[in-house]
Design a protein around this ligand. Structure first.
Ligand code: FES
Length: 109
């Protein structure tokens, strides 16, 4: 069993939307985008492959619609379920982190 701290509760993520979650490490940590589609969750580093900026338009607030996440900086779009670049100035996808839901907690796998 994974005993790391949960990223959040599943019900903290509005269905079809995303929140930010902080992962603390000895090296200082990083921030994830945690997206929800029903009972499924997906997590990616909050770093756009276009220019290395965070994707949120305000801290922890993301542009998510119709299964696509749009970077708020220059408009690159990514698939929620894979992180693949779908359009805009990105040439590669988002860096995924494997997550799972255990008893309502969203955790890194
Ligand atoms: S930094 Fe995301 S599209 Fe440019």
């Amino acid at each position: 069993m994974n005993d790391s701290a949960p990223l959040c509760r599943l019900d903290q993520i509005p269905d079809g939307d995303a929140i930010a979650a902080r992962v603390d490490t000895a090296a200082g940590g990083f921030e994830l985008i945690v997206l929800r589609q029903g009972e499924r969750v997906f997590a990616y580093h909050n770093e756009c492959p276009h220019a290395g900026r965070n994707l949120d338009y305000a801290p922890g607030r993301f542009l998510v619609r119709d299964g696509q996440l749009t970077c708020a900086v220059h408009g690159a779009t990514f698939a929620v379920t894979s992180g693949a670049c779908l359009g805009g100035p990105c040439r590669s996808g988002l860096v995924a982190m494997p997550v799972e839901v255990v008893e309502g907690d969203v955790r890194l796998r």
